[in-house]
Write a protein that binds this ligand. Structure first.
Ligand code: ADP
Ligand code: MG
Length: 702
């Protein structure tokens, strides 16, 4: 027997071939099943009749019973409109039509009661409903819809073919009767029982025509759980698969370099979080499975030392390691800090970037292939085919969201048996998002800053208070500190000259901080590299007091003596960007400031962003707010990964607990039966085969 849900939609009474084609084209509905799973985007509660005096502006759609006391037409052409006044004895409600005026004015009768339905908006001292739904009201008659009614989204094309939300509602009512008793469960009975979920037939009834809002919520809950559960089961299943398939290099011992570094060179005590993460990495390295680990840690949380110590573990076991950074500045900085941290330890470290000279490059290539070079640090240049390792065992990728999947995959291929991979990011991603977005990576978090860091004071001023800002800058400069002033880069399309703000800003600063007493440099992405380096270096060496820049300084620059970050037009920046910029200061022992300068008028969202910055320094909290404000899709976009699947019901921003729960349930099942062989799991296997993923999967080459 075929599955009734696979039946062609044209066989549903009242649909037929022509409408079937429309439904397919416009809503992608071609089967009974697809129609049944075309859920309303909202419901309207028609179980309550409001009194006009009870209306408030925060109510959704409402219905009232009212008698029309007055009808009038006004205006001509586009301004033509029909007004009616309804009353129920408690107040007056205005009804307005802009279209279909002749028809409405012909059919509407004064002095009889109507059931009037629509969204009431306040208008002067009364409420008004535009284009209300109206029907004659007959008291105590069942004819009126009483209950919660579904609303389906419909395209213009469908509307013009007389297929409305009501039409869909009718189809689904009919369909529910046809399939009654014939719907197959999509979750095994034991899960439904354990999780106290609604059964599928009940869910499908209630998601369309809920008997109460409690049942609607139960139906939604089951659908969300099911969706998240299958996503997690699939992600975790594939993660286990990959681990089973790819053997990891085994770093059996902690050797001399690691130990000597730890005892002779480590300039500070590791934080508990750093120790924990190093243990997690170490455990992976001896597991026999290939490591794919994401290390999240706020700016300044000390990821570099973790990377270095992990690389030393590889070196101790006769393997090579490399560290790839997204920019040349960053690669240089890593090289400098790694070599100075290592000091006199006999570990050979090389640097390879776009500006490495050819002769040097050739030497590097040779010693790398010969296995003499143990640690290679660099940029994208590492990815080139000519860069061949003798035995690459461990790869660190810094600021991984700046690299594409293909680039990351290239590093896998640098050894016949893929190396262990550690990707690091200073852009915290909320757990719920990373569990899903990077679900097949193991995640480590450094959630603790090194001791003694003073939290950065964040202040918000409007443009008019610029003098106060200048005062603070002057004060800090007098104390020997340095200042960043950052301007947003305006997109080409918005303004002819996208550096104008920056240049104007620079002039203003120079006027307020005149040379020779003060030295101000300007840095932006469109400068010649040598000019940029020159200006940067003046600042890095402490010879310039102020650096006026675009967001080019977002990543990498490390000037511990800089204590003030002024962000101009702060309302234009996203939260994570503001947080990244703020991370440029507070790197030394001195009190640091982040000053957000904005215009007075702010949108609700930008106000929330600035408030969040002022109230917290915690990158994870900021990431949570960012997720609430922007939504998961948008964030996944900036992570250059995109969402690997669509969620229809669940929301990564608001269903965090449910995601964690669904993940735990999946883990229990996979622990019990990794291949889902038991008949108890047959339904799971069948459903999993239906899940489609986009190929944006992180470890997409396995
Ligand atoms: P990020 O995580 O942003 O890459 P870094 O690794 O650059 O952070 O570390 C920031 C600064 O903190 C560096 O100057 C580093 O030497 C210092 N640091 C790292 N770990 C510790 C620690 N446990 N105690 C004190 N200072 C530390
Ligand atoms: Mg770093």
């Amino acid at each position: 027997m075929g599955d009734i849900l696979e039946t062609d939609i044209k066989f549903l009474p009242g649909v037929g071939p022509k409408r079937a084609e429309l439904l397919q084209k416009e809503l992608n509905i071609s089967t009974f099943g697809q129609l049944l799973y075309y859920f309303p985007f909202r419901h309207i509660d028609r179980s309550k009749i409001y009194r006009i005096s009870e209306l408030t502006d925060d109510l959704p759609y409402v219905q009232v019973v009212g008698r029309i006391t007055h009808i009038s037409e006004s205006g001509t052409g586009r301004n033509r409109r029909l007004n009616a006044l309804a009353t129920d004895g408690t107040g007056h409600l205005e009804l307005v039509w802009f279209q279909g005026i002749s028809w409405v004015s012909r059919t509407i009768k004064p002095n009889v009661n109507y059931l009037i339905f629509g969204k009431a908006t306040p208008f002067g001292n009364h409420f008004s409903i535009a284009h209300p739904e109206m029907e004659l009201y007959i008291p105590n008659q069942e004819k009126h819809w009483v209950g919660i009614q579904p609303v389906y989204s419909i395209t213009e094309k469908l509307k013009s073919n007389r297929i409305t939300s009501k039409t869909i509602m009718g189809y689904i009512q009919m369909l529910l009767q046809i399939v009654n008793g014939k719907i197959e469960e999509t979750l095994p009975p034991f899960i439904i029982e354990q999780q106290k979920l609604m059964t599928l037939p009940e869910v499908l009834k209630n998601i369309h025509f809920p008997q109460s809002s409690v049942l609607l919520r139960k139906a939604e809950h089951r659908l969300k759980f099911e969706e998240l559960f299958y996503v997690q089961l699939s992600i975790l299943g594939r993660q286990r698969d990959r681990k089973a398939k790819v053997n990891g290099h085994i770093f059996t011992h902690v050797g001399q370099m690691f130990n000597r570094f730890y005892h002779e060179r480590l300039p500070f005590l590791l934080t508990e979080a750093q120790k924990r993460v190093i243990k997690e990495i170490r455990r992976d390295m001896i597991s026999g499975k290939q490591m794919n680990r994401l290390l999240q840690g706020d700016v300044g949380s000390g990821k570099t030392i973790v990377a270095l110590m992990s690389m030393l573990l590889a070196v101790d076991n006769g393997y090579q390691a490399c560290l790839m950074a997204p920019t040349e500045i960053l690669a240089n900085q890593h090289y400098e800090s790694v070599t100075s941290l290592l000091g006199n330890l006999p570990v050979s470290v090389g640097l390879l970037t776009g500006s490495t000279r050819r002769s040097e490059r050739n030497t590097l290539h040779r010693s790398l292939e010969a296995g003499e070079l143990q640690i290679l640090i660099g940029t994208h240049a590492l990815l080139e085919d000519v860069v061949k390792f003798n035995n690459l065992g461990f790869v660190v990728i810094d600021e991984q969201q700046r690299f594409g999947v293909a680039q990351r995959a290239k590093l896998w291929e640098k050894n016949d048996n893929p190396p262990h991979i550690l990707v690091m990011t200073a852009t915290p991603i909320p757990r719920t998002l990373s569990m899903t977005l990077y679900g097949d990576l193991d995640i480590s978090v450094i959630d603790e800053l090194p001791p003694g860091r003073k939290p950065i004071k964040t202040l918000h001023y409007t443009d008019a208070k610029r003098n106060v800002v200048f005062e603070l800058m002057r004060d800090q400069i007098k104390k020997g500190r340095q200042v960043y002033v950052v301007y947003p880069l305006i997109k080409e399309s918005e303004k002819m000259d996208n550096l104008k703000d920056l240049e104007d800003g620079y002039e203003n600063i120079v006027r307020a901080f005149p040379p020779p007493e003060y030295v101000t440099v300007m840095v932006h992405g469109q400068m010649k590299p040598e000019d940029k380096d020159y200006s940067m270096n003046l600042f890095v060496q402490g010879r310039a007091h102020i650096m006026v820049a675009t967001t080019v300084i977002e990543v990498g620059v490390n000037v511990p003596n800089a204590t003030v970050m002024v962000i101009e037009s702060a309302e234009r920046f996203g939260l994570s960007q503001l947080h990244q910029l703020r991370g440029r200061v507070g790197r030394g022992a001195d009190e640091s400031y982040c000053i957000l300068v904005s215009q007075v008028k702010l949108t609700k969202e930008s106000r929330k962003r600035l408030e969040t910055m002022v109230t917290t320094n915690d990158g994870f909290k900021i990431a949570e707010v960012d997720l609430q404000l922007r939504g998961p899709g948008d964030i996944a976009g900036t992570m250059q990964s995109g969402m690997p699947f669509d969620l229809k019901m669940a929301n990564l921003a608001t269903d965090g607990q449910l995601i964690q729960h669904a993940r735990n349930v999946s883990i229990d099942i996979l622990d019990d039966d990794p291949m889902l062989i038991s008949s108890r799991y047959a339904i799971l296997k069948k459903q999993l085969s239906k899940i489609e993923f986009r190929q944006t999967d992180f470890s997409g080459i396995s």
